[in-house]
Ligand binder design. Sequence first.
Ligand code: ADP
Length: 432
Amino acid sequence: MTATRPLLGCVADDFTGATDLANNLVRAGMRTIQTIGVPDGPLDVNVDAVVVALKSRTIAPAEAVAQSLAALHWLLDAGVQQVYFKYCSTFDSTAEGNIGPVIDALLDAMNEDFTIACPAFPENQRTVFKGHLFVGEQLLGDSPMRHHPLTPMTDANLVRVLQPQTRRKVGLVPYDVVARGSAAIVERCAALRADGVGIAVLDAISNDDLMKIGPALAGMRLVTAGSGIAIGLPQNWQATGELGTDVPTDALPLASGWRAVISGSCSSATNAQVTQFVAAGGPAFAIDPLALASDGDVVGDVLRWARPLLPKGPLLVYATAAPEAVATVQAKLGAQRAGALVEEALARIASGLVERGVRVLVVAGGETSGAVVQALGIRQLAIGPQIAPGVPWTSARSPVGGGATLHVALKSGNFGGPDFFMQAFDMLEGPR
Ligand code: ADP
């Protein structure tokens, strides 16, 4: 089958961030598919948007540029009208900074000289005012993001953060302009451009603002943003009739097969979710990272434990632990080695469970999700309905389990309420 041309092509700099963006596009009316890395060939599905998930946030800038350009060329070949470079809503970038170099390279490759930058995602408490990024009530530099191990963010002023990363001049479209609406935003962008600005940071503090910004971006070939700006874009194609207004966007095949949760996130939200599942009497196997470092067959033990339980309902396999327990393990094994051992074990367990008939899988943790999806050989995720902000159900084919269709929810650590796991399963209907 030859697929129709997608309207929007996205390059996302990390994995669960790609799912978050795809989720917003689906909710705003676009049929969306997420690919794991740059696909080998053309798409064989009809979608309105494609999100190519890279893992380029913290790698060397030259490598991030090369991967982003490969994604860009694939998207342009697929015929997209607009390209969206997606980064984190906390504008995570290393000291060297990948956001500026990637924007420069994408603009150059597209022969464009102007774009916007806006990480605002008001629904998730990320707002931009006078060029300053707020996380909830706090300026970015006062938020816990200042302690992030890989991308510490100590300055909330986005113009100041971005300027040293790019050879283009960075400017600002301030809130009073955004509040006046699309025409005022277009006019200010034109004025900034005439003034030699190549990247304009946009203020936005509410979904209303995002809906005003959207029309101002119609025809802008490159947009750079967090996932929030996506909410305002589909209306542009609905206005031209290229995108329907009543097409079901989040329909997934009916779920069937056994269900499991694999959790390798140690965030406080995931700790609460694991505690709740166990307290409700759900069958659960706790992985001890120290046991993984010794000679035993932990993966085999888990799969033998799971087999008779699977027909009875969802089960949980977790390495999730409180900060003190994680610190103890890391002191003995080293943080890197502990993380790698756990990820590898959880990925093998996920594969083993799918081989034994699990078809519905919730995975908690960004890195953990990457490891599991890789082990399952998944190349594309169709995006379904939202379970919690930032986390949709998806469906995917996996060569593990003979090409069966799986339902997969990839939850980045801090997303979801305490009952997320059961909430996710309850949303799916159909025989098990
Ligand atoms: P999050 O989305 O919460 O950051 P990730 O999966 O991205 O979750 O990261 C969690 C990391 O911690 C993974 O590398 C995982 O393997 C590791 N990990 C999980 N459990 C433990 C544990 N008990 N001790 C040490 N490291 C762990």
